[in-house]
Design a protein around this ligand. Structure first.
Ligand SMILES: Cc1cc2nc3c(=O)[nH]c(=O)nc-3n(C[C@H](O)[C@H](O)[C@H](O)COP(=O)(O)O)c2cc1C
Length: 204
């Protein structure tokens, strides 16, 4: 052993570094995270942005990609993959279903999560993965078993919709005792729940 290695200061420094590494071993490493989303009116991407606001300050790197721009994307470099999609007339977008079936094996090989956005989830009895009818049905339809799941209540923006969609959503809201005033813009999203999910993604 060279003289330098016998130096008491150097030995002490090494011991200090070793114990610091031990102490930090429970802290998750920063990860390269991919979030793929499908949206029609932009609310799902708003939710993704809130997830990023939680993840990036903790040191994670996040790439956000619309499922329509994801063909040919190499998923291998990402440490974790999150997929989020909204419901329109009872279904998640066919592009999301296709993306999942194309990448099912790779998704399974990494920490992964899925979240659904819909207005039925504004009801407390339907806002959990185990109680939301759309998510339950979706999980039966796909072979992928996401490791983490979430359901978020979405947004109603009547002035933005075309007359047919506005009529249909008002009808659905009338049946389900929601807001029917055609000037209503209302966000049912529980942003605290979104942030909690962001922290869970950071740790998974
Ligand atoms: C045309 C249309 C159809 C919708 N259909 C449903 C539905 O069947 N069930 C539901 O819970 N929410 C439904 N929603 C509500 C959306 O899921 C909600 O507005 C969500 O925030 C949309 O997210 P996005 O902007 O990312 O697409 C519908 C909304 C629109 C505009």
């Amino acid at each position: 052993m060279s003289r330098a290695w016998k130096s008491p200061t150097l030995l002490a420094q090494c011991q200090l570094m070793a114990s610091a590494a031990k102490l930090n071993s429970h802290i998750p490493l920063m990860a390269n995270i991919l979030i793929i989303y499908s949206t029609t009116d932009g609310h799902t991407v708003e939710i993704c942005r809130r997830l990023i606001q939680v993840l990036e300050p903790s040191g994670h790197q996040v790439k956000l990609i619309d499922v329509n721009d994801a063909s040919g994307l190499d998923l291998m470099p990402f440490d974790k993959i999150v997929i989020g999609a909204s419901i329109r007339y009872g279904k998640h977008s066919p592009q999301i279903v296709k993306f999942i079936s194309q990448h099912e094996r790779l998704l399974d090989s990494k920490p992964n999560a899925f979240f659904s956005v819909n207005v039925v989830a504004r009801k407390p009895e339907k806002n959990q993965p185990a109680t939301n009818p759309y998510l339950k049905k979706f999980l039966k339809k796909i072979a992928w078993k996401p490791k983490e799941l979430a359901v978020f209540a979405g947004k109603i923006d009547y002035p933005r919709y075309n007359p047919f969609d506005r009529f249909m959503i008002r009808l659905i809201m009338w049946i389900t005792k929601g807001p029917t005033d055609p000037t209503t813009v209302i966000e049912f999203t529980d942003w605290q729940k979104v942030e909690d999910f962001g922290r869970l993604i950071g740790k998974m």
